[in-house]
Design a protein around this ligand. Structure first.
Ligand code: NAP
Length: 247
């Protein structure tokens, strides 16, 4: 068995549910210590309780709030060097045709999915530079296949996730020389609480369009993220990797 991430500290946002929770499990299996951060501290604590080993902690974070993001990194600083693996999984999904989208929904989607990724990246990179731990660091942002594929009702969500790809690509040019790689993953349809509301009929129709003939599981995404976090992907920077069954 290989322990690819021994001695590394990973900050995972959205860690109380779905993909983020599974990322915590897979990264810890690979030897990383985990900071599970979520706006729901109770579910983040449940994630930590499900992991083996004692070197993990749960933290509250609201990724759209600069003060909250800074506070989370400051808490980590009190007992450790800054994390060298950052996974931005916190996100929300809203579906409505453009003419029905109100300002609050627009702001929520952009502030959590796009600004949240920005704030966590910015704060974490500054902490890494300050703590002199940039070498072999890896940031993985969760975008979506919706960023590159059209779907009715997804104008705002798709825009937020396309923004994540653009931000990832540009930021990857800025810190590569320090040893920080930044990549994005684009999940297709993954079975998590976010997609639990979709009807059986819609699922059947969707599965017919997926060459691998099944919906994705959180583990399918988490394993790719573990690879991107590890030195096994040491020459991948600024990439956007689809995890969609080939849809
Ligand atoms: P999920 O099960 O709903 O998990 C998202 C987590 O993020 C939840 O714990 C949520 O808390 C938390 N969160 C929401 N807003 C937050 C904030 N402001 N600050 C901190 N945490 C916050 O969703 P998922 O399916 O795992 O999705 C994870 C990521 O993958 C998202 O970025 C999503 O857009 C992306 N993605 C998912 C799929 C899919 O098919 N599932 C496909 C493509 C991309 P609450 O539960 O309290 O809201």
């Amino acid at each position: 068995m290989s322990i690819r991430l021994a001695g590394r500290l990973a900050l995972v946002t959205g860690a109380g549910s779905g993909i983020g929770r599974e990322v915590c499990r897979v990264l810890s299996r690979e030897g990383a210590n985990i900071v599970a951060a979520d706006q729901n501290i109770k579910t983040a604590q449940e994630t930590i309780a499900s992991l083996e080993g004692a070197e993990h902690i749960a933290l509250h974070i609201n990724v759209e709030d600069r003060i909250s993001v800074k506070a989370a990194l400051d808490v980590i600083k009190q007992f450790s060097k800054p994390p060298t693996i950052i996974v931005n999984s916190a996100g929300i999904y809203r579906k409505n045709i453009l003419t029905e989208v109100d300002d609050n929904t627009f702001n929520d989607v952009i502030n959590i999915n796009l600004k949240g990724t920005f704030l966590v990246m910015q704060t974490a990179v500054k902490a890494m530079i300050e703590g002199n731990v940039t070498k072999n660091s890896s940031i993985i942002n969760i975008s979506s296949l919706a960023a590159t594929h059209r779907d009715v009702g997804l104008s705002i969500y798709s825009a937020s996730k396309a923004g994540v790809i653009a931000m990832t690509k540009c930021a990857s040019l800025e810190f590569g020389h320090l040893g920080i790689r930044i990549n994005a993953v684009l999940p297709g349809f993954i079975e998590t609480p976010m997609t639990a509301h979709i009807s059986d009929e819609s699922r059947e129709m969707l599965i017919k369009q997926i060459p691998l003939q099944g919906l994705g599981q959180p583990e399918d995404v988490a394993e790719v993220i573990a690879f991107l976090a590890s030195d096994k992907s040491s020459y991948i920077n600024g990439a956007s990797i689809e995890i969609s069954g080939g849809i």
